[in-house]
Design a protein around this ligand. Structure first.
Ligand code: R5P
Length: 300
């Protein structure tokens, strides 16, 4: 079956690269906001037979940025699915590297919504055949998918990048217990005996305030702090400060989805990071690692 990539507005570089890796055509979208705030999207084609009968791969991360928030990105995703379905796509594959709302996977306070599940239910409603995401914060939410759903691991790619910039004597530090498993798998990519240390993090569920503690011996070590998401940078900056006071020589702040909201860059660099490293799940200045090949390999 012929395939085509729809490059979503939030994943312009990644979408084109995936199409190039697959050796297939790609097209983009026209988007705007109506005066009342409603989103508008059309697939940028004049001839709808370009879609009819094809396998359509939609690439759209749903992270917030200066130009659109995650709600707009999700709406665009739904609009693209709806549009290609109407035009007669035979198979629809959604590549959503950053899946918004997956941090709302648990009920922390009475009255809350487990909205991570609801987002998957919405994707189910629009109806796709396969969903590919990357380092999903709570992979368990993918169990809600009624279609095939794959959580791609970007850790090897990030580890390869860190090795390529000459990090030595590496210790991987997990900024909280939730990151321990991921950090352990990450450390293995640096070699068998690379240690994983963990700081204790507590977040006040009402105020969001973070407290972190722990004293490690990191003297002369290159410390890699790995998280799935950097949002405001609070977690990362606090972990970096602790790593520095524990003797770290260099500190690399690594995240699959470096959203870098508000003053995150300032906070992280001011805390003492040598470099911030993310993937092109989020199209910004720290996306030094491309997911295009690994995603294309899954799609082949
Ligand atoms: C939380 O459990 C996540 O894994 C990240 O640690 C968190 O989202 C980072 O948020 P922030 O950068 O705002 O501290």
């Amino acid at each position: 079956m012929e395939k085509i990539v729809i490059v979503g507005p939030s994943s312009q570089i990644l979408g084109v690269k995936i199409a190039q890796e697959l050796g297939i055509e790609s097209i983009n979208t026209d988007i705007k906001k109506f005066p009342d705030g409603e989103n508008y999207l059309r697939i940028n084609i004049e001839d709808e037979t370009l879609i009819a009968g094809k396998e359509v791969i939609i690439v759209q991360s749903t992270g917030p940025s200066a130009s659109a928030d995650q709600n707009a990105r999700l709406m665009e995703l739904f609009m693209m699915i709806d549009s290609v379905k109407r035009m007669g796509a035979v198979k629809i594959i959604a590549v959503v590297p950053y899946l918004a709302y997956t941090r709302q996977d648990k009920i922390f306070r009475p009255g809350e919504t487990q909205f991570a599940n609801a987002i998957i239910h919405m994707i189910n409603y629009f109806g796709i055949d396969e969903l590919y995401s990357v380092d999903v914060h709570a992979p368990i939410v993918l169990n809600e998918c009624t279609c095939k759903a794959i959580n791609i691991d970007s850790m090897k790619l990030l580890a390869d990048y860190i090795k390529s910039i000459g990090a030595r004597n590496i210790v991987v530090v997990a900024p909280d217990k939730g990151a321990v498993e991921r950090s352990g798998a990450f450390a293995n990519y640096f070699g068998e005996n690379v240690p994983v240390e963990v700081f204790e993090k507590e977040r006040d569920v009402k105020t969001g305030e973070i407290k972190m503690s722990g004293a490690l011996n990191l003297k002369n070590k290159d410390v890699v702090i790995a998280d799935d998401i950097i949002a405001t940078g609070g977690t990362m900056a606090t972990a970096i400060k602790l790593a520095k006071t524990s003797g770290a020589k260099k500190v690399f702040a690594v995240a699959t989805h470096a959203l870098l909201l508000e003053q995150a860059k300032y906070r992280i660099l001011k805390a003492g990071a040598d470099e911030i490293i993310g993937t092109d799940s989020i199209d910004n200045e720290v996306c030094k690692v491309s997911l295009a090949k690994i995603i294309a390999d899954y799609l082949k």
